[in-house]
Write a protein that binds this ligand. Structure first.
Ligand code: UDX
Length: 428
């Protein structure tokens, strides 16, 4: 085939044009990541958007990292919150519901102590509003922490040697150290608590018209010359001996109660509490039950003060609580013995505890303590007759529960024999 010159020129132009178009296409269209139609005037704009996309990808990465950090922080806080929540009991025991008319506001002085905390439990379960006042000399927050936050429960850190102004219907006045080493530790303070403290509580009862129960003690009988001890026995107390701060303090406490009853028409109840034991006794309580159990559990010698022929009668704490409530609810205004009349020598008691603990402790004796009452056993005729109360928990059952409690306490604190309180050991 033969082309004219003109035809050849035309073909050449078309080829050059085609090559130009292909070059343009290669340069702009094939490198374009977004498949948009190739329009030359759009190119600068598309390049800018690509850069923004790249920047925003980087931004996303850093935001993602930030989010991860926040998530970690939230997780950390959640764990912290859980550990705090675990320290507060999630569920309170089921308390009874009492309507406004039957629900009482009850003040318990010494409510964080051994007896006070058990009384608190009982009255809370009945559906009453409980206000505890304690100076934490021998009381412990641990004894009542299971009620923290409950709408019927309130704890006031206060020493009743100073006046207290609140509104209540009933007062259980239990505040005072009760174990001999504790009440002898600061005898002046023990006297103040049982005199000024009692005046403050009787004054409060007078002002708000509350009924008040005073926790007195079998120690008002001193080293008794009458056995068993009825409430009509006046006692045999050394007024200047080491126990006098407590014995005489409680005797004045009783005297004050009846003076307020007579002069100011205050409704008073007086409970003479005999030796009591049970869970929540302090490890360093120093009384015979906790000392013997701790010595037995640690296979240490059980130490009797004196010849061990002195006697005591021990009641379990739940019996005491029942007795206190029965007395408060009764119309009986004279003093009432609350105690278990089953009497043992301290020597027998050492053997009973050693056998229940199941250890191999030796039983030894050391010097007697000054003014130690030699015989003690309540006559509970009055309690049976007027408040329809008598103890129900046998010694063995009560001791088993108490031993179990101290076993756990020992595990918890790895307590050592050195901490058993004794007037014959330097506990300083
Ligand atoms: O380790 C000990 C502790 C005590 N004892 C003896 O055991 C007997 C009981 O002593 P506690 O210290 O337990 O109690 P006490 O009977 O002396 O006093 C108690 O009386 C009644 C309550 O009001 C009080 O809780 C407390 O004062 C005493 O004879 C005491 O000398 C020991 O032989 N060894």
């Amino acid at each position: 085939m033969v082309f004219s010159r003109r035809k050849m020129k035309q073909i050449l132009f078309v080829c050059i044009g085609l090559i130009f178009v292909i070059c343009i296409y290669k340069t702009f269209v094939t490198t374009e990541p977004l498949h948009v139609p190739h329009v030359p005037e759009l190119q600068p704009k598309l390049l800018k958007e690509n850069r923004q996309q790249f920047d925003s990808d980087n931004d996303l990465d850093s935001r993602y990292a930030e989010l991860e950090r926040v998530k970690l922080k939230v997780k950390e806080l959640e764990l912290k919150l859980k550990s705090l929540e675990d320290r507060i009991p999630k569920k309170y025991p089921d308390v009874k519901y009492l309507n406004y008319k039957n629900r009482k506001r009850i003040l318990i002085t010494g409510g964080a102590g051994f007896v006070g905390s058990h009384l608190t439990d009982y009255l809370m379960m009945q559906g009453h509003e409980i206000i505890i006042v304690d100076n934490f000399f021998t009381g412990r927050k641990r004894n009542v922490e299971h009620w923290f936050g409950h709408e019927n429960f309130e704890l006031i850190h206060h020493d009743i040697v100073n006046p207290l102004f609140i509104e209540v219907d009933e007062i259980y006045h239990l505040a005072s150290p009760a174990s001999p080493p504790h009440y002898m530790y600061n005898p002046v303070k023990t006297i103040k608590t049982n005199t000024m403290g009692t005046i403050n509580m009787l004054g409060l009862a007078k002002r708000v018209g509350a009924k008040v129960l005073i926790a007195s003690t079998s120690e008002v009988y001193g080293d008794p010359e009458e056995h068993p001890q009825p409430e009509t026995y006046w006692g045999h107390v050394n007024p200047i001996g080491p126990r006098a701060c407590y014995d005489e303090g409680k005797r004045v406490s009783e005297t004050l109660s009846y003076a307020y009853a007579k002069q100011e028409n205050v409704k008073v109840r007086v409970a003479r509490i005999f030796n009591t034991y049970g869970p929540r006794m302090h490890m360093n309580d120093g009384r015979v039950v906790s000392n013997f159990i701790l010595q037995g559990l640690q296979n240490e010698s059980i130490i009797i003060y004196g010849n061990g022929k002195q006697t005591r009668s021990f009641q379990y704490v739940s019996d005491l609580v029942d007795g206190l409530v029965a007395l408060m609810e009764s119309n009986y205004t004279q003093p009432v013995n609350i105690g278990n009349p089953v009497e043992h020598t301290i020597e027998e008691f050492a053997v009973i505890i050693r056998d229940l603990v199941g250890g191999k402790s030796k039983i030894r004796s050391t010097a007697a303590v000054e003014d130690d009452p030699q015989r003690r056993k309540p006559d509970i005729t009055r309690a049976k007759k007027y408040i329809n109360w008598e103890p129900r928990v046998p010694l063995k059952i009560g001791l088993e529960k108490t031993i179990e409690y101290f076993r756990k306490e020992l595990d918890r604190s790895n307590h050592s024999q050195r901490n058993v309180f004794s007037p014959h050991i330097d506990n300083s």
